[in-house]
Design a protein around this ligand. Structure first.
Ligand code: GRF
Length: 192
């Protein structure tokens, strides 16, 4: 059985992890299929990209009853992947999808995670600390930023002449390879 999965994107998300998941889900062997992409704003580049890729989209604006409205929009899917979604997820969603919401973060958590640690700030902090290694982490989402249990990590070197941008580009390639594997790992785990 293929698990119907939704991707949640942010208002300004590029959607590169989303499109990597869409593509992976179209592989015949895949355990999941991206059936829906949900955003908070119709102008989100990621939502426009999802439409071009032929995936159903929904816009659930932030505001009153955001949690219940989001749960309603997610009816029919069994897994939810955050990709560039920058907010804490409403508790209603976490309750409806226990251990079935994943997020990807561009560092080796628990390092360089938490509030304010997103995008280029993560890579700036990694370089400023003189780290020799970085990478990405897929984790289960809970009510705190970047704190749920870790599903899968991938590592890459930090080079002496790296800028935050060059490191971000290296980590992003890893993200695209890692997210699909992590989702399949969780799906398999839930079936045994
Ligand atoms: C990624 O770096 C991801 O780790 C973080 O937000 C970024 C989203 O990028 N959570 P994209 O929209 O998937 O290209």
């Amino acid at each position: 059985m293929t698990e119907p999965t939704a991707v949640l994107v942010g208002a300004h998300g590029r959607g590169s992890n989303m499109s990597a998941l869409i593509e992976a889900g179209r592989n015949q062997e895949s355990l999941f299929s991206i059936e829906l992409v949900v955003g908070t704003k119709s102008t989100s580049p990621a939502l426009e990209l999802a439409q071009r890729l032929g995936v159903s989209t929904a816009v659930v604006p932030i505001g009153e009853e955001y949690g219940p409205r989001l749960v309603e929009a997610l009816a029919g899917v069994t897994w939810v992947c955050l990709a560039g979604y920058m907010r804490l997820l409403p508790l209603e969603v976490l309750r409806n999808f226990p251990n079935r919401v994943l997020n990807i973060h561009p560092s080796l958590l628990p390092n360089y995670g938490g509030k304010g640690m997103f995008g280029i700030h993560v890579h700036e902090a990694v370089i400023a600390a003189g780290e020799k290694e970085s990478g990405c982490t897929v984790h289960v989402v809970n009510e705190h930023y970047d704190e749920g249990s870790i599903v899968l990590q991938s590592r890459c070197p930090v080079l002496d002449d790296d800028s935050p941008e060059s490191l971000a580009a290296r980590v992003l390639i890893l993200e695209h390879q890692t997210y699909k594997k992590a989702l399949e790992k969780q799906i398999r785990g839930g079936r045994t």
